[in-house]
Design a protein around this ligand. Structure first.
Ligand SMILES: [Zn+2]
Length: 469
């Protein structure tokens, strides 16, 4: 491992102090930063660090309430970021903080990561820092990608293999995607890819090879969605209630209840209802607003009751946009009414629209890498997606977990709504834990190039949910 800035050698780019930001969700502290060995006479007192691979220094700040801020953090590690010449953004993660004196915070960090940035990005970072320093978060939007449910439900690759018991899909995968279903260790397409091909073919009225007519493909899709719901129902029964969603939702909403955050809303890119269950337990079903009119199709069984552990619940409703639909939603192909159904009941027999008696269809739309045709229920999807736009446009902080590059359409909406020159959103990207790397990881770079400056945290959902700051 190479130390990027060897100790004992002058580092010209650090020959003066820099504006620095200590960032956490709860509060951002700004100040001037001196690194070890470069603290000027008359500045903060110099101290010696005996661990050569650690960075340390002092931040001098006039942010009020810094003592309380530090006390509140306990042992929690924070991120310090600063911009340095020439055009570098330095990120020190996992910093330990201690109060050195009034307004003086001493930090120790394992090692830095730096990104050389062009002038435009440099400008964007400066603007971003300026806003961070003034910011009180009023609208937080949490976006859950597929990885958020990874510990509880099969992934898209695994789903495909589970669904191969169904003949139509197996035939399609073997004949058209040339995968032998009984041979392990092959490169499988994902279920989303397969469904994506089916949708494009159906929309264009084209066959997939000579064996798969549009009619046959529609039939395969219907059966696949039924099986998909069944897999989710089977897995849901094995779930216990203590999951990461519950931990995250209850912590964030408690902060809203205490007045420490403005409001928190959610966008889920997953079909499952782990988020719904968590919210029902924390604030009760009545507090959930799905941003679209949904009728109840005589659901049976008890909805989870709020557990009473969070008496301080947020005012108003929590908005939840299920961007790709939900395993317990069905839509009428005739009048476009959307229904909240009992998934198991929807699987066991055809259930019909209350208005016109038409058999309901599952309201699910898989993420796609390609273009995004929406042949069925187009109006309903458009309305749902415009609410996602609203949430993102209003957000001053967006926390994304496991945002997939495969979901081209959602990425488009995300970029479109977060691209703001004057009022940038603070973007936190939480990702599955990765091995420690000195520089920016490929994933982090992708996020950067896509969204601009992001606070990238490869700590995993579980850890983030415990301390969502
Ligand atoms: Zn109808």
């Amino acid at each position: 491992m190479m130390l990027p800035f060897p100790r004992g050698r002058a580092q010209p780019q650090f020959s003066k102090n820099y504006p620095a930001v200590i960032s956490t969700l709860g509060m951002v502290t700004k100040g001037r930063l001196w690194l070890e060995g470069e603290i000027p006479a008359g500045g903060p007192e110099r101290t010696v660090v005996d661990r050569p691979f650690f960075w340390s220094g002092t931040i001098v700040t006039d942010s009020p309430g810094i003592e309380g801020f530090l006390l509140g953090k306990g042992e929690q590690k924070v991120t310090i970021r600063f911009i340095a010449e020439p055009n570098q953004l330095i990120t020190l993660t996992n910093c330990s903080l201690e109060l050195e004196g009034t307004g003086q915070i001493r930090f120790t960090a394992p090692s830095p990561r730096r990104e050389l940035v062009g002038d435009e990005v440099f400008q964007a970072v400066e603007t971003y820092f300026r806003h961070l320093q003034e910011r009180v978060y009023k609208n937080i939007v949490v976006v859950f990608g597929a990885g958020a449910s990874r510990d509880y439900f099969p992934t898209s690759e695994e789903l495909l293999q589970k669904l191969l018991t169904y003949d139509g899909l197996r035939e399609l995968v073997e004949r058209f995607f040339l995968v032998k279903s009984d041979t392990p260790n092959q490169l499988w397409p994902t279920l989303s890819e397969v469904l994506g091909f089916i949708d494009i073919a159906c929309e264009r009225e084209e066959y997939l090879g000579k064996y798969f007519s549009v009619e046959k493909l529609r039939q395969i899709k219907t059966e696949v969605l039924d099986h998909l719901c069944q897999v989710f129902v089977d897995h849901s029964q094995k779930l216990n209630e203590a999951n990461h969603y519950y931990a995250l939702v209850s912590k964030l909403l408690k902060m809203v209840g205490n007045g420490n955050l403005g409001r928190v809303d959610f966008i889920s890119l997953n079909y499952d209802n782990l988020l719904d269950h968590a919210l029902k337990r924390v604030v009760g079903e009545k507090k959930i607003n799905y941003c679209i009119e949904i009728k109840d199709w005589g659901r049976t069984g008890e909805s989870p009751q709020p557990n009473g552990g969070y008496q301080i619940t947020p005012k108003g409703q929590i908005r939840v946009v299920k961007f790709h639909g939900s395993i317990d939603w069905m839509c009428c192909p005739n009048c476009q009414s959307l229904y909240h159904v009992d998934t198991a009941r929807g699987l066991s027999r055809a259930i019909k629209c209350h208005c016109d008696g038409t058999a309901l269809k599952w309201f699910l739309y898989p993420p796609k890498r390609e273009k995004y045709p929406m042949p069925e229920h187009n109006d309903v999807w458009s309305r749902l997606h415009s609410f996602a736009d609203n949430l993102l446009r209003e957000a001053d902080k967006v926390i994304g977990y496991s945002l997939s590059e495969d979901d081209a359409y959602f990425r488009f909406r995300l970029k479109k709504n977060l691209h703001r020159e004057n009022k940038p959103a603070d973007i936190v990207v939480v990702d599955a834990p990765r091995g420690y790397e000195m520089g920016l990881t490929r994933v982090e770079k992708n996020h950067w190039h896509f969204l601009g400056p992001v606070d990238y945290r490869p700590v995993g959902f579980e850890e983030f949910a415990e301390e969502p700051y």
